[in-house]
Design a protein around this ligand. Structure first.
Ligand SMILES: [Cu+2]
Length: 123
């Protein structure tokens, strides 16, 4: 009788600890949730899209740091062909002038396209 009681007590303890283990098992989940929350807190990085295009330079505004390109469709951004200005660093344009045909890459944050790469077409 006493042995049976001990055995069943052990069984209960074992069951409880098994239960506890199961309860603890999902513990890493909140931290991975937190990680994705942290990523969601970086809207700029999350919203940034990258696109590649080709077109012709229509205007360079060194003072504003912009280049305007009459560009073809950009599939990555689901853009049709258009003429628009991009932010650009002067040193990226050392070889580029108005009228040049260019291949370029941009980061698009939803408002501003920033040239990450630009070169005359075929170079
Ligand atoms: Cu455009």
């Amino acid at each position: 009788m006493k042995t049976l009681l001990i055995a069943s007590t052990l069984a209960v303890v074992a069951a409880l600890s098994a239960c506890k283990k199961e309860a603890e098992a999902p513990a890493p989940a909140p931290s991975s949730t937190m990680m994705s929350d942290n990523m969601a807190e970086m809207p700029m990085a999350g919203a940034m899209k990258h696109g590649m295009g080709a077109g012709m330079v229509t205007t360079i505004d060194a003072a504003k740091g912009t280049i305007t390109v009459d560009h073809g469709a950009i599939a990555e951004l689901q853009w049709p062909a258009m003429t628009m200005a991009f932010a650009v660093k002067p040193e990226q344009l050392s070889d580029i002038k108005v009228g040049d045909k260019v291949d370029f890459e941009i980061d698009w944050d939803g408002k501003t396209g920033t040239i990450t790469k630009i070169a005359k077409s075929g170079q």
